[in-house]
Each structure stands twice: as structure tokens, then as C-alpha cells.
Design a protein around this ligand. Structure first.
Ligand code: HEM
Length: 126
């Protein structure tokens, strides 16, 4: 299995991930109906986000948490949605990559998802 080591690898990973996401009954609507994502803008951001996390190339400048609050206000982002997101992310990685960075990409996503789920829940109570 291939190692996850270049920007091209990340592009392939992110593209394959969103191919699953937009077909997914549980979470597609956040992207297609609620945020009506502009993919030409969103995908390069995601490449840079993961490049920053995995390779320490600080190409991502943004607020990953902040982007989700407006979405959460329209439709609650709940535990089950984060679980599904993580399932698809892990599946996509395991189908295509192996090694330290592949493991790290799963581990980091789990941590960020946990924190994000918590922040979204708190925001809904305010
Ligand atoms: C249920 C889970 C999730 C849903 C439904 C979701 C949905 C979205 C949506 C709709 C956007 C906005 C796109 C736009 O307006 O163009 C977005 C942006 C983003 N998401 Fe998520 N997301 C989820 C979990 C995560 C997780 C776990 C991570 C990180 C590991 C993440 C990282 C990002 C990043 C980096 C952005 C771009 C922020 C920016 O604009 O700079 N998301 N997400």
C-alpha cells in the first residue's frame, strides 16, 4: 500500500473522501444543501489544511472550527454525523494509504472531530 507523503497524495485522498461524502445519506446534505459548497474553493483549502497538519507546511490559513458554526446553526451537527464523517475518512485512507502519515491523518481527524462535536454542542445551547 502507498505511503501518504506528497501534496498529490493528499489531493487524491481528499477528492476520494468527498466523492463518498456527497453520496452519503447521513452527511451529504450539509455540503450540498446547507453550505452549498463551492468545490473549486473548498478543495484547495482542504488540501492545504491536511498538508499543514501532516507535513508541517503551513499553507492553510483559516479557521477550521469557525467555518462550521453557521452550518451547525442551520442543521445541528451531531455525534452521529461526526461518526459518519470519521468512518468515511478512515475508510478512504485505509483503501488508499498506509504508514505513519496515514495513521496520523486518522488520529488527527478523530481529535479534531471530538473537539468540533463538543464546540457545536455548546454553541447550540447558547
Ligand atoms: C459532521 C462532520 C462535518 C461536516 C458536516 C462538515 C462540513 C463542512 C462544511 C459544510 C464546510 C464549509 C464549506 C464551505 O462553506 O465552503 C466545512 C469546512 C471545513 N471543514 Fe468540515 N465538516 C465536518 C467535519 C470536519 C472535520 C472533522 C474536520 C477536520 C478534521 C473538518 C475540516 C474542515 C475545514 C478545514 C474546512 C474549511 C474551513 C475554511 O473555510 O477555512 N470538517 N466543513
Amino acid at each position: 500500500m502507498k505511503k501518504l507523503e506528497t501534496r498529490e497524495d493528499i489531493e487524491q485522498l481528499v477528492n476520494s473522501f468527498y466523492t463518498k461524502v456527497i453520496k452519503d445519506e447521513k452527511i451529504a446534505s450539509f455540503f450540498t444543501d446547507i453550505a452549498k459548497v463551492d468545490w473549486e474553493q473548498h478543495l484547495p483549502k482542504m488540501y492545504s489544511f491536511w498538508e499543514s497538519i501532516l507535513f508541517g507546511q503551513m499553507t492553510y490559513k483559516g479557521n477550521p472550527m469557525g467555518a462550521h458554526f453557521p452550518v451547525n446553526e442551520i442543521k445541528a451537527m451531531e455525534q452521529e454525523h461526526f461518526e459518519r464523517w470519521l468512518e468515511l475518512w478512515t475508510q478512504t485512507i485505509e483503501e488508499n494509504f498506509a504508514g505513519e502519515n496515514a495513521d496520523l491523518a486518522i488520529y488527527k481527524a478523530q481529535n479534531i472531530a471530538k473537539l468540533m462535536a463538543f464546540k457545536m454542542e455548546i454553541a447550540r445551547r447558547l
